[in-house]
Design a protein. Structure first.
Length: 263
């Protein structure tokens, strides 16, 4: 995959991983659609790109599913096509199951799972008609391993991976490629913006998050994985061991998970 002059739509682009991905794709010469709820921050990101005129700011709430068709039509009106969708927008959670309201579970699932699924379904007919297209799906190590205080988040990422694995099997012969990305801890505002059980913000920078890999380094890795059309890739530090422990020594992985403290 050569991203020069390709049109790529990135959600959650106003900060963190999405912002870093915007800069990475812009450096490759891609034409980019950046979406998030905060239009002012999207404009800031656009202006920081090497060719701002090649960036379309498209404010979007990924839980407003009914707006997706109109948003996609704006992309087609502006660029005439779409080559790739990066499903990156997401929200985390920090609370025990017993303390987490069903409304919070639903909100996390809507942002992290139903939103990406709805966007994927919105652009999929376009990809099928053109016989080409790429989905880059930002999952998590928690899409492979369940850990305490992240029940809704883990569930959403497990679901996200299951959906796109099934889609991969259906559309591979149609020329459509899917790359699932499983980062560990990334030094962003994710823990600060995470929801507590009552729906309020966690508002704390977790130590593990603060010590995570940089979003810039992650974005470069994602770009390389997308270029090589990798099926699934992992990025992080020692937390990646959890993926392999769950695969080869699940009893050990579960014992470790029982002793994890939220921090």
């Amino acid at each position: 995959m050569d991203y020069r002059d390709k049109v790529v739509w990135i959600t959650g682009a106003s900060s963190g991983i999405g912002e870093a991905l915007t800069y990475a794709f812009a450096q490759e010469g891609a034409r980019i659609v950046i979406s998030a709820r905060r239009a002012k921050e999207l404009e800031r990101v656009r202006q920081a790109c090497p060719a701002p005129d090649q960036i379309l700011v498209l404010p979007l709430d990924v839980t407003a599913f009914e707006s997706f068709a109109g948003a996609f039509q704006k992309i087609l009106n502006h660029f005439g096509k779409l080559d790739g969708l990066v499903n990156n927008a997401g929200i985390s959670q920090r609370s025990k199951v017993v303390d987490t309201s069903l409304e919070v579970d639903q909100q996390v699932m809507n942002v992290n799972f139903m939103g990406p699924v709805a966007l994927t379904k919105t652009v999929l007919p376009h990809f099928l008609a053109r016989g080409t297209g790429q989905f880059i799906v930002i999952s998590s190590v928690t899409g492979k391993v369940g850990i305490p205080y992240r029940s809704a988040y883990c569930a959403s990422k497990h679901a996200l991976q299951g959906f796109h694995e099934a889609l991969r099997a259906e559309v591979h012969d149609a020329g459509i490629r899917i790359t699932i990305v499983c980062p560990g801890y990334v030094a962003t505002q994710v823990s600060i913006n995470a929801l507590k059980g009552d729906g309020s913000k966690h508002a704390i920078m977790d130590q593990n998050t603060a010590e995570g890999i940089s979003a810039t380094i992650l974005a470069q890795g994602i770009l390389q994985a997308g270029r090589k059309e990798k099926a699934e890739v992992y990025f992080g530090k020692k937390e990646l061991a959890g993926i392999y422990l769950m695969r080869f020594a699940p009893s050990i992985a579960r014992r470790i998970a029982r002793n994890i403290k939220v921090r």
